[in-house]
Design a protein around this ligand. Structure first.
Ligand SMILES: [Ca+2]
Ligand SMILES: [Ca+2]
Ligand SMILES: [Ca+2]
Ligand SMILES: [Ca+2]
Ligand SMILES: [Zn+2]
Length: 630
């Protein structure tokens, strides 16, 4: 399939595309509704094995085949090319029968900005597959795909991703985009990279026997450990480093590997030269993403997948007390929060509380994020929510520059709860080895063995875990990780704002005069715009307009408010007038009351209220007015 390229649209065009969400009815009712959690949900309608990792050629073919099969729900476009010329393919998922992608509030998901963290590709692909295959079967998915847009970029750092998936690498490499860098300053670029010396498909560690060496084999001969007691007899080793050769003959091994700046320090917010060089958005891979996001203001929240550590890192408002609290007061505050949290956890295992004090204008964002990550901890089970950093990261840019709620998920991680057999809260080397043996039946470890190195002679290689054990999960754990993460993304999108006219109340004030109250609400966790987007001046106001039959006049009320409780001067409602829509902002789990005074001539007439919100959708309600009462 030919890829469509997004050109840099003029901002004015992007604004024009930002039609207010108004959902059409889907073309067809749900065809194969499955009511039993034990029943078939379309898993075999498009088969993918979730028990392995995919090369770039493979997963891009999968998404193109999936798009063909579900063309009524999905499109694919390249948002640009990587340094090595690979397309960065973006899946756009939404039911076309209910409106265009730009007309719906959207979730952005990207995977594997760090080249080695390709579990993010799995989790992004899984989300796409789950939404598409279950659309006809699952009412929850059906509603989400009808009313929201999902922009899913499975692989962000496609060049490094493909190397990690397809070639021997250690678990930390390659991490960055392929900008050439002369690490050793010899005028040559990337001239001495790691190699799989013994050809076992893994990059492990090299050691050489040396009577003066400070390393020895562990009693089980599976690890190299530091010599603690010089009296213990046995072989001594010196560590040489990762597997490789001295490719340029300068006497050093692996001194100039591939990879430029950290891509997740390359975004504009909080950028610094040292980590994000040479300048913000210098890398094609990050720039293409940010440009797309900037030109799609229908994006409301974003997920960025990383490995590893089982963390939900969320974008939080700035710390409002940093200038007012002393270090001592800060410690006291943190201790207070810790004990309060301990108390909360007695009744709610997943309760979350953070010591950050948001400035008042950001308090709602803080509350919303705590709500969201509390549910996230529950969905993801053994993940820890934590406030994300600000130094040039994608999630910092998403929140601070675009006003979107943003989450960095550190997928997977050592299963402390499983491996910590003595219950001291950490996993020591013996526990870790026992975990590998039990879970992976010996598959996860490179046992130390002798090998004849062409330059160094007889050396030893091994004593490390294999690539897909710690950083990225072994195949057998991939689907559990993916389904929980898909559920968290879906939960967040289910909590995108949804505004409704809850009710309209009419109170006769005189034979031909009526007080008409409108109560509007948003019953979801997220507000119709974030505090941050309000501060940035880019939030769109929610609007309530009124129209009426010719014989109903909406009277102008002075002051823009009206008392709604004769006994309480504090209880007032904003008024609605025909002159222009009343503007306001609905927060999460919020409702507001508006009022107008209507005069009816004749026996009956009508009033209609129209509610609209950029991210919260549309609603309208019409009521009849009759003389002599209702
Ligand atoms: Ca060099
Ligand atoms: Ca280099
Ligand atoms: Ca090897
Ligand atoms: Ca060298
Ligand atoms: Zn990462």
């Amino acid at each position: 399939m030919k890829a469509k390229k997004y050109h840099a649209l003029l901002p004015v065009l992007a604004m024009a595309a930002l039609a207010v969400a108004a959902y059409l009815q889907p073309a067809a009712a749900q065809k194969k509704l499955q009511m039993s959690p034990g029943g078939y949900h379309g898993e075999l309608d498009f088969q993918i094995s979730w028990k392995r990792y995919y090369r770039y050629e493979e997963w891009t073919r999968l998404i193109h085949d999936m798009q063909k099969q579900y063309s009524h729900l999905a499109d694919i476009a390249s948002i640009g090319k990587s340094r090595m010329g690979r397309d960065q393919y973006l899946l756009t998922i939404t039911a076309k029968s209910t409106g265009s992608p730009e007309s719906k509030t959207a979730m952005w998901v990207d995977g594997a900005i760090h080249g080695n963290e390709i579990n993010g590709i799995t989790c992004s692909l899984y989300l796409a597959w789950y939404l598409l295959t279950r659309y006809d079967y699952d009412p929850y998915v059906y509603d989400l795909v009808n009313t929201r847009t999902f922009y899913i970029l499975p692989g962000l750092n496609v060049d490094a991703n493909d190397s990690y998936a397809g070639f021997p690498n250690n678990e930390n490499n390659p991490r960055e985009p392929y900008r050439p860098e002369d690490n050793d300053g010899d005028g040559l670029y990337d001239e001495d990279q790691t190699e799989d010396v013994d050809g076992d498909g893994e990059i492990s560690m090299m050691y050489i026997e040396d009577p003066e060496g400070d390393m020895m084999l562990s009693p089980d001969k599976r690890r190299f450990i530091r010599v603690a007691d010089g009296r213990v007899e046995g072989l001594r080793f010196r560590r040489l480093g990762q597997e490789g050769y001295d490719n340029d003959g300068d006497g050093r091994i692996n001194e100039d590997d591939i990879g430029g700046p950290d891509p997740n320090r390359n975004y504009p917010y909080g950028w610094n030269l040292q980590a994000g060089w040479p300048y913000p958005m210098s890398e094609l891979e990050t720039r293409n993403v940010y440009e797309f996001q900037r030109l799609h203001p229908n994006i409301f929240a974003s997920f960025h997948y990383h490995n590893t550590g089982r963390l939900i890192m969320f974008s939080a408002p700035p710390d409002g007390r940093s200038r007012t609290l002393t270090a001592e007061q800060r410690r006291e505050q943190e201790a207070r929060v810790a004990s309060q949290l301990e108390e909360m956890r007695k009744t709610h295992k997943y309760a979350q509380l953070f010591s950050r004090v948001a400035p008042p204008e950001y308090q709602h964002d803080m509350d919303v994020q705590v709500d969201i990550v509390t549910q996230g901890a529950r969905i993801l089970k053994d993940y820890t929510p934590t406030i994300s950093g600000l130094s040039g990261q994608a999630q910092a840019g998403s929140y601070y520059m675009l006003g979107n709620y943003a989450y960095l998920i550190e997928l997977w991680g050592r299963a402390t709860s499983e491996a910590d057999t003595n219950g001291d809260g950490r996993v020591d080397d013996d526990e870790y080895m026992a975990w590998i043996d039990t879970e992976l039946a010996g598959e996860g470890w490179v046992t130390p063995h002798k090998f004849k190195h062409p330059d160094l002679g007889e050396i030893w290689i091994g004593g490390t875990s294999k690539k897909h054990v710690d950083r990225t999960p072994s195949a057998r754990y991939m689907e559990t990780e993916a389904i929980r993460n898909a559920q968290f993304v879906m939960y967040c999108s289910s909590q995108f704002p949804k505004i409704e006219i809850e009710k309209v109340q009419v109170v006769p004030a005189a034979p031909d005069l009526f007080w008409v109250d409108v109560i509007v609400k948003n019953d979801r966790v997220y507000p119709t715009s974030s505090d941050r987007s309000v501060q940035l001046g880019i939030a769109a106001k929610d609007k309530l307009a009124v129209s009426s039959s010719e014989n109903v006049a909406i009277l102008e009320l002075p002051g823009g408010t009206s008392r709604i409780d004769a006994m309480n001067a504090q209880k007032i409602a904003a008024t609605v007038s025909k002159a222009k829509p009343t503007e306001f902002r609905l927060k999460g789990k919020d409702s507001q009351r508006f009022r107008c005074l209507a005069r009816l001539s004749g026996a009956s007439g009508w009033i209609e209220f129209q509610l609209e919100s950029r991210h919260g959708g549309k609603d309208k309600k019409r009521i009849e007015l009759n003389t002599g009462g209702k």
